[in-house]
Ligand binder design. Structure first.
Ligand code: UFG
Length: 325
């Protein structure tokens, strides 16, 4: 297939591009390089552009004739979304609408959407299933839930079919350390812990120890980026073989607290870095753990990297490589 990957120079998108390229698909990456990197695009062609630019999208779609779109380009920092909500509604919602419009205009009927566990807000039960109510508690989650709604509505009145994958906490890196997370201002727990272990930061802050969880810190379901990419490949195959629109959780169903993750990073790196307990970070739900039975049953997803130490090890190898570059 010929596939457009928006955000394909970013962390998760670049892993998708790598896998699609390895499988022999033709890939066009569309990325404004605001947080992505040219050198992360291992296969295909990179077109530098913005999903806000509807004329550029129209030109691109007209010139290329895509079979499918995988839409990764987005702003992703929960805390920033609380401070700058309009950035998130523009980048994540308005620009997704631009892309969906281009699909309709140019008869592209297969769409993979990067959604998030943040659409659930504070779920009434964990693990959370896709049937749980959507009740985001920050603009990031709200902007993604709005795109899901737009896809649902548009697919009801057009030939567009989509799979929205609700990512839980994606971490880890390519097995050969060719690509990985590389943000100018990292915010994610595992990345910041590793940077602290490397001595690039004086200490890690543990945001909140008074949550209603066994050790008082937040619980998340950490999933290796390559298991997530396997889910995308299955979703693409599902749409390519005529399957209908679907929404799936992507996580392992096991949660780790912030303190457990810090302990695991110390264990894997062998470095006893400093972690200080501080106040809560705005917009954080206490616990988010996936029930991913549906994607396993319907698409045959078989995650094979459900091992926190392995996830951290791949991220650690990547972080060490970044320091040498
Ligand atoms: N945390 C710390 N210290 C840090 C960084 C994070 O204690 O320096 C804590 C957070 O407060 C949270 C947990 O570690 O409790 C995980 O935080 P991350 O920033 O790593 O990830 P989030 O859970 O905030 O968000 C991530 C993705 C979102 C996605 C969400 C779904 O960034 O896109 O997972 O669970 F929606």
């Amino acid at each position: 297939m010929k596939i457009l990957v928006t955000g394909g120079a970013g962390y998760i998108g670049s892993h998708m591009v790598r896998t699609l390229g390895e499988q022999g698909h033709e890939v066009v990456v569309y990325d404004n390089l605001s947080t992505g990197h040219r050198e992360s695009v291992l296969y295909g062609r990179l077109v530098v552009g913005d999903t806000a630019d509807t004329a550029a999208l129209d030109h691109l779609f007209g010139a290329e004739g895509f079979d499918a779109v995988a839409h990764f380009a987005a702003s992703i920092v929960v805390e920033e979304s609380v401070r700058e909500p309009l950035k998130y509604y523009r980048n994540n919602f308005c620009n997704a609408v631009n892309l969906i419009s281009a699909c309709l205009e140019h008869h592209v009927d297969k769409f993979i959407f990067s959604s998030t566990a943040a659409v659930y807000g504070i779920p009434s039960e964990n693990p959370v299933t896709e049937k749980s109510a959507l009740s985001p508690i920050n603009p990031y989650g709200a902007s993604k839930a709005m795109v899901e709604q737009a896809l649902r509505d548009v697919s009801g009145v057009s030939s567009l079919r989509y799979v929205a994958l609700r990512y839980f906490n994606v971490a880890g890196a390519d097995a050969l350390s060719r690509i990985g997370q590389k943000y100018k201002d990292a915010t994610h727990l595992i990345t910041l812990s590793l940077k602290t272990a490397l001595g690039l930061r004086p200490q890690l802050s543990i945001f909140g120890t008074d949550y209603n969880t066994p050790d008082g810190t937040c619980i998340r379901d950490y999933i290796h980026v390559d298991d997530l990419i396997d889910a995308h490949v299955l979703a693409l195959g599902h749409l390519a073989s005529g399957g209908g629109s679907k929404v799936y959780n992507c996580g392992y169903g096991s949660g780790y607290s912030v303190k457990e993750v810090v302990g695991a990073v110390r264990r894997v790196t062998g470095i006893d870095f400093r972690a200080a307990e501080t106040g809560r970070r705005e917009g954080d739900p206490p616990a988010l753990v996936a029930d991913s039975a549906l994607i396993k049953k319907e698409l045959g997803w078989k995650p094979s990297r459900n091992d926190l130490d392995f996830i951290i090890r791949t991220a650690w190898e990547w972080e060490q490589k970044l320091q040498k570059c």
